[in-house]
Ligand binder design. Structure first.
Ligand code: FE2
Length: 219
């Protein structure tokens, strides 16, 4: 490897490390469990793989998943970290994080998808989501994937105020959200993943390494 090549690979590794550092910034905000952003990224990548996306597309969705919640940095910790239900005013502030994230990421021309994932990961298939109340296929597909991976991880994670929910319960909730909260086709892919996860590996108590192995992800 010549000097140039070496530098090129070093820059690639640095980019990857910076993305993971930013994902940790997002995870430090509020009550999310450790590694929430990376699990969302991994689940999203696996959904993309099962949908037949190319390796490049799968990796881009992974990166979008890593940074989807970066906008939480702009919402006070007293709100993102609140254990019980938010008052209306607090919820309104919480709902600003997708736009804040999109603003933070908007100048990353090399990967415009990053801003897309941040902005639209709280949209709902029935148009009842935020910030733009987009519906159905008007929501970019990558954002629909991240949205369901995010909801799945929220339910299968240990937070300071709740324990990991049972797999059957989580499965029922995903099933219930088909066509309302979630894209029905993408929901079916996640349901397939849940059904193949006989030991309930996909939850926040499992190390990332084991989750990666479960998906047989090659670096
Ligand atoms: Fe979010």
């Amino acid at each position: 490897m010549d000097d140039y090549e070496e530098k090129y690979h070093k820059q690639k590794r640095l980019t990857d490390q910076l993305m993971h550092a930013l994902a940790k910034v997002a995870d430090e905000c509020g009550n999310y469990t450790k590694d929430h952003s990376e699990r969302v990224a991994l689940y999203s990548m696996e959904i993309a793989r099962r949908l037949g996306k190319s390796r490049a597309e799968q990796y881009e969705i992974y990166q979008m998943g890593l940074l989807h919640d970066i906008g939480k940095i702009g919402v006070p910790d007293t709100i993102t970290g609140k254990a019980d239900n938010l008052a209306d005013k607090e919820y309104d502030m919480m709902k600003r994080h997708p736009m804040i994230g999109a603003k933070i990421l908007q100048n990353i021309n090399e990967l415009p998808g990053l801003a897309v994932g941040a902005r639209w990961h709280h949209e709902r298939y029935d148009g009842q989501g935020y910030p733009d109340a987009l519906a159905g296929e008007d929501i970019p597909e990558e954002a629909r994937i991240i949205a369901i991976a995010d909801a799945y991880d929220a339910m299968s994670s240990q937070r300071n105020y709740s324990s990991v929910m049972g797999q059957q319960y989580v499965r029922t909730e995903i099933e219930k959200g088909k066509g309302t909260q979630f894209d029905p086709v993408i929901a079916d892919v996640l349901l397939e993943m849940i059904d193949s996860d006989v030991d309930y590996v996909m939850n926040s108590e499992t190390s990332l390494l084991v989750i990666r192995e479960f998906f047989e992800i090659l670096d």
